[in-house]
Design a protein. Structure first.
Length: 294
């Protein structure tokens, strides 16, 4: 008897409508989760400006007290309220994130635009410096700047912002060079528009959408870098309650009072993940070509 071999029928490809729905659902989840995590910590940081359960230097509580109705997150080894320190740490993390991103945007965009419109040798010189800065470890560069200026919150913001400016400058240069090669820019030059006018009217309008997501990603990197600097003793000094310094102070008593080490770590991870998810969702909204499962 001869066996009958049936032809193999390929599995039907997923319908384009179903694939589009899955992409939209994933994008919505990223935006929702990222906005929820970032929004929660932002609210905590804003509330700390006007109210905290205790003063940041109040040491009247019992040392290493577990969470209770009086001290919601317990106390540290000095008797300070941990929930108060967590709230102040959220405010400092937001200040570092926004401040360093602002510095990175100003310095990076200025250098990138200067390289795009400058003569060839100036462009090569700026590009070489940017390559060196990008290859240099960000945290090590920040440590050098903080060690030079002294440990403070302002030094940490400046150091992290300058360390992240190189990436923004390189991306700005690439995008601006493409825009300057467009026909409408050539027409603007022919009509007598100066370099500053072209940069303001045409280049910046096309560069900003490309930079939104990298700047949002740098926010999360800045928060992590500040926590690392504070953990090493190079961040904002006491009495500022940085999450990184809270982790450093709690490592010797982690077995006795684990909440002092667990809670700052959870908030730090939640803020970084929230910002990254928010940036990922913004990328999918702004760039349709990137809406694929990564």
């Amino acid at each position: 008897m001869t066996a009958t071999i049936l032809p193999t029928v390929p599995a039907p490809a997923p319908a384009p409508a179903a694939s589009a729905r899955r992409r939209r659902a994933r994008r919505s989840v990223n935006l929702a989760v990222g906005a929820a995590l970032f929004g929660l910590i932002a609210v905590i940081g804003l509330v700390s400006v006007f109210w905290t359960p205790f003063a940041y230097d109040d040491t009247t509580g019992d040392r290493l007290q577990p969470p209770s109705l009086e001290h919601w997150a317990g106390t540290d080894r000095l008797g300070r309220d941990l929930f108060t320190q967590l709230m102040i740490g959220a405010r400092l993390a937001l200040a570092v994130g926004f401040g360093s991103v602002l510095i990175a945007a100003i310095v990076g965009i200025t250098l990138g635009l200067a390289a795009a419109v400058a003569r060839r040798w100036v462009d090569d010189a700026i590009s070489s410096l940017l390559d060196i800065a990008i290859a240099f470890p960000t945290l090590l560069l920040a440590m050098l700047i903080v060690a030079w200026r002294g440990a403070s919150l302002d030094s940490a913001i400046l150091a992290i912002g300058l360390a992240g400016a190189a990436v923004i400058a390189r991306l700005t240069r690439i995008t601006a060079t493409r825009v300057l090669a467009m026909d409408y820019v050539t027409a603007a030059r022919t009509s007598g528009t100066g370099t500053l006018g072209i940069l303001r009217r045409h280049v910046l309008r096309n560069v900003w959408p490309t930079l939104i997501v990298p700047l949002a990603l740098q926010f999360g990197g800045a928060v992590g870098a500040e926590a690392s600097l504070s953990y090493l003793g190079l961040g904002s000094p006491p009495p500022n309650a940085s999450w990184g310094r809270m982790l450093q102070e709690a490592q010797s008593t982690v077995l006795v009072a684990p909440t002092a080490a667990i809670l700052p770590g959870i908030l730090l991870v939640a803020l970084i993940i929230g910002v990254n998810l928010l940036a990922d969702g913004l990328r999918d909204v702004a760039d349709p070509t990137s809406r694929s499962i990564r």
